[in-house]
Design a protein around this ligand. Structure first.
Ligand SMILES: [Zn+2]
Length: 326
């Protein structure tokens, strides 16, 4: 079996250097090459599951398929809790898979969780093998910019979101184990992984017809053990994927396509524990969608929005302003 290794590119080191000069106001830990080690998963039958997980269910019995795979992951102490997807048509949704009962339909990071890699920080990694979209857009710098936007929200000064680098190997645990779309036989606990831009078929496997409407998705896996006993799932894995079926652009610059940063800001909101927010309405006359209040965390895309709006900030601050003392 091929064991994916985390290879960090020189470009990543340069980016980290730029970041600490230009953007960072807080002293931020950066990571030495290869410091964020992947937890390898080698479960009997994992290869057999590839392509047979959600795909085999053709969107009809996602939960059944997920439950089976969750059972196989038990020895590693992790389970798929939920997927949150963001759509072009306002039909974004949160789907829960955890069978822990209604009490634990939410999750949060545990400060200094010994099972996670970041300590008091929440580092991020970028899959370097799927950075370029079919529309010719490179997602690397926009992702770094988006992480900085969230890191610079002032109420969360105790939270560091350091850049862990760009992986030279295909990373993405959920895409591999649950869907058979490639990725890694392992995961980076407590790290936000931008796991790449994947083909439309991956999003069709997530939800019926999903490839046509889903722009991006964030998966959350939690530790099966609630070590701080707060009744919430403890975050183990956060992975973000983007749908290559769309015309990704820097819309502020080009005036066309879907604004990548807007979508990435939304997904990172989920990775930092925020849920969807806002009420959807449609203007009959022109068929246009509106959310009120308009926010990054609305469940659908309504054009460029690179601003952490009031409600986004309130949600973020309620999660992070007391960190790490919560
Ligand atoms: Zn969403």
């Amino acid at each position: 079996m091929k064991k994916p290794k985390l290879l960090l590119l020189a470009a990543a080191a340069l980016l980290v250097a730029c970041q600490s000069e230009d953007v960072n106001e807080n002293p931020t830990a950066t990571y030495a090459l290869g410091e964020l080690k992947m937890v390898e998963v080698d479960i009997p039958g994992v290869d057999g599951l590839k392509g047979n997980g959600f795909q085999a269910s053709k969107g009809k019995n996602l939960k059944g398929a997920a439950t089976q795979i969750n059972q196989m992951l038990e020895p590693y102490g992790v389970q798929l809790e939920k997927m949150e997807y963001y759509s072009i048509d306002g039909a974004g949704k949160t789907v829960f898979f955890s069978d822990r009962g209604n009490k634990q339909l939410s999750s949060d990071y545990v400060p200094n969780d010994p099972r996670n890699l970041g300590g008091l920080a929440v580092p991020y990694l970028i899959d370097g093998t799927q950075l370029n979209t079919a529309s010719g857009f490179n997602t690397l710098q926009p992702i770094v910019d988006v992480m900085d936007t969230w890191a610079n929200v002032t109420c969360s000064s105790g939270l560091d979101i350091p850049f862990g680098g760009v992986s030279g190997a295909d990373i993405g645990f959920v895409s591999n184990v649950f869907f058979g779309f490639g990725g890694s036989n392992g995961f980076f606990p407590g790290v936000i992984v931008h796991a790449g831009t994947l083909p439309k078929a991956f999003f069709d496997a997530i939800a019926p017809g999903g490839g046509n409407g889903i722009l991006g998705v964030t998966f959350t896996l939690t530790w099966t053990d609630d070590i701080n006993g707060d009744g919430k799932g403890d975050v183990a894995i956060k992975e973000i994927y983007y749908n290559d079926a769309f015309n990704w652009q820097d819309r502020v610059a080009t005036g066309t396509g879907i604004d990548f940063q807007t979508v990435a800001l939304h997904e990172v909101g989920h990775a930092l524990s925020q849920a969807h927010f806002g009420k959807l309405s449609r203007t009959e006359a022109n068929g246009k969608l509106h959310f009120s209040p308009r926010a990054l965390m609305n469940a659908g895309y309504t054009g460029v929005n690179r601003v952490v709006e009031k409600t986004d900030q309130a949600g973020h601050c309620s999660n992070w302003s007391n960190w790490p003392n919560n």
